[in-house]
Design a protein around this ligand. Structure first.
Ligand code: ADP
Ligand code: MG
Length: 577
């Protein structure tokens, strides 16, 4: 807020001019009645009228400037706030996103700052303007007739107290309203993202039901806030009525007793009129301000989440990475109870390939996530070129990472854009070169738009295997020193896999590679094979030694080998033939 002090100052100056000029009209009326009409000085009529017109023009002009200056400043504040939240959110650690739906975060980046418009914008200026008007008016009213004014003051103070109470009560409701809204957006994003699943299982009705419940809840909360707001406004109107009645009774009596001139009384009426409008306005503005604070509360919650690069300044810079990876007695658990990695040590020399195998759920992906710096071990260390990863700048390190996962994510854009994501400046020649290695060039060429084919959201217009080959090309182009292939070939049929294995051999040259694969034939050439079970390495060695050893690896290998020899098809395909 402090950053907008200059705009606010300009706004307040304009507001003061605006408010002061609003007192000219009631002032002239006193003159009109007591001097011009009372003393028959008709020559004063024209200057008086001119004064009134002048004041009105000043008032109109400042109003116009106010809404422009303040309105635009408010929008600028929203823009800047969105930028800051986005910057913060995108730098939060991977684990944060397991707890929050993307739709929810979208709503928090886009909607939460909106309320701030009221705070920076017309809201605060109007509030200050209202208070200012009320004070000015009260001073005049005291001078004119203090007895009545004192009573009015007591009534207004009561009203003020009520408003303060009402807004404190409304704030959590506003907060909840924003929360529910972002939850609905989050759920909606998920439903639409999984629309195939929804349709395949005929769950449209159920999804509709969930959505309906959500918006009904939202509606109820909004109704509550509307009821609260209108109650304060209504009370304000009643108060105005009471003040009016008091004025008639007490003012009329004062005139009769000659304590007040007629001009004074008319002016009194006018000034009360000038004061009343902003007071009712304040009731509404107060609502907007509590809404803004509710948004700010939520923004603060988000902004206090610790960024991944929070202490980046204190971390060591990495000029270049050679690609030596060491894990020293690493332990990890996602939550308090279940240990997922239990004391894993490994050493991957520069340029070697390490294969991780083991049943699903044994912790292979988790182990790799620590190498990539997505998760930090609770015990033990991850060393890159002999330096503790937790002391290195993550952004430096990740420039040397290449990743292909089972669930491959493509952005809605062209194939070329997706391949060059890690290296936006890559030439078409480089992109093609990488695609050839990934065995993707051929199918890309077969599309009418070739490399300019748009892939759709998440790459929906491509097959799983095609997406995978594009991700492999992307990792190749990234020219990383450390390459992670987490079931990278599991969406491919055996034939393309064999072709890609060729490409991988070239790719692995000079890169420290971690491969997780279910098909053991694909990892036979690895320098070391680690068999993981329940978060522990139970066997390690290369294919020959492990096979000879006749343990877990041999068992798995023989099982698969005979299976593949028998069928030479993908699991599941046999039943279709
Ligand atoms: N984000 C997560 N939060 C909580 N538990 C998780 C998370 N990811 C994985 N797990 C759990 O950790 C264990 C290891 O998972 P994972 O490393 O993905 O196994 P793998 O890759 O070997 O199949 C599993 O029991 C899984 O349920
Ligand atoms: Mg996995």
């Amino acid at each position: 807020m402090w950053r907008y002090r200059r705009t606010l100052a300009v706004g307040l100056v304009l507001m003061v001019i605006n408010r002061v000029s609003s007192f000219v009209l009631p002032g002239t009326s006193k003159w009109l009645i007591d001097e011009v009409i009372g003393n028959d000085q008709m020559e004063l009529l024209t200057p008086l009228a001119l004064m009134a017109v002048g004041a009105t023009i000043v008032q109109a002009g400042t109003s116009y400037l106010l809404s422009n200056v303040i309105g635009i400043a408010a929008q600028k504040a929203i823009m800047e706030m969105r930028q800051r939240i986005h910057d913060h959110v995108i730098h939060l650690p991977a684990r944060f996103f397991e707890r929050h739906k993307s739709g929810e975060l979208i709503s928090r980046v886009m909607s939460d700052p909106e309320g701030v418009r009221n705070l920076i914008g017309t809201g605060i200026v109007m509030l200050v303007g209202g208070v200012l008007t009320a004070i000015l008016a009260l001073i005049i009213l005291f001078i004119l007739y203090w007895q009545l004014t004192l009573i009015i003051c007591v009534i207004l103070a009561t009203f003020g107290g009520f408003m303060a109470y009402a807004f404190r009560a409304l704030r959590p409701i506003f907060r909840k309203r924003q929360k529910i809204r972002s939850e609905i957006t989050g759920a909606l994003g998920e439903t639409l993202g999984g629309i195939w699943l929804v349709k395949a299982y005929g769950a449209e009705g159920r999804e509709q039901g969930k959505f309906n419940d959500g918006v009904i809840q939202l509606f109820r909360l909004i109704s509550k806030t509307i009821r609260g707001t209108s109650a304060t406004v209504t009370l304000g109107t009643v108060i105005v009525g009471i003040i009016g009645a008091l004025m008639i009774v007490l003012g009329g009596r004062a005139i009769a007793e000659n304590a007040l001139t007629l001009g004074d009384f008319v002016m009194y009426l006018f000034v009360v009129g000038v004061m009343v409008a902003p007071i009712i306005q304040m009731a509404m503005v107060g609502t907007q301000i509590s809404e803004a604070f509710a948004g700010l509360d939520r923004i603060r919650d988000l902004m206090t989440e610790i960024r991944e690069d929070e202490d980046e300044d204190h971390r060591n810079t990495l000029k270049r990475v050679r690609g030596e990876v060491t894990l020293e007695d690493v332990h990890f658990r996602y939550d308090e109870t279940v240990p997922v990695i239990q004391g894993v040590s490994l050493h991957a020399a520069k340029g070697t390939t390490t294969a991780l195998i083991g049943p699903s759920g044994s912790g292979k992906s988790t182990l790799i996530s620590m190498v990539m710096g997505f998760n930090q071990p609770q015990q033990g260390r991850v060393l890159i070129d002999g330096q503790d990863l937790s002391t290195l700048k993550l952004s430096d390190y990740r420039r040397y990472l290449g990743v292909v996962m089972q669930e491959n994510f493509l952005f809605d854009g062209t194939i070329a854009e997706n391949i060059s994501y890690a290296k936006p400046a890559a030439s078409r020649h480089e992109i093609e070169y990488a695609s050839r290695i990934a065995n993707a060039h051929e199918f890309i060429q077969s599309f009418p738009d070739s490399y300019d084919t748009v892939v759709g959201e998440r790459g929906i217009k491509l097959s799983g295997g095609q997406r995978q080959r594009i991700s492999i090309a992307r990792a190749i182009l990234a020219n990383s020193k450390i390459l992670v292939l987490d079931e990278a070939t599991s969406n491919l049929d055996t034939e393309s896999e064999a072709l890609i294995q060729e490409g991988f051999k070239n790719l692995r040259e000079g890169r420290t590679t971690f491969v997780i694969a279910h098909r053991l034939s694909t990892i036979r050439s690895a320098d070391q094979i680690l068999v993981l079970e329940a978060g522990r390495i139970v066997e390690r060695g290369n294919h020959t030694t492990l096979y000879r050893m006749g343990g877990r690896y041999r068992e798995l290998y023989d099982q698969q080998h005979s299976y593949e020899k028998d069928l030479y098809v993908n699991p599941g395909e046999d039943s279709l033939q």
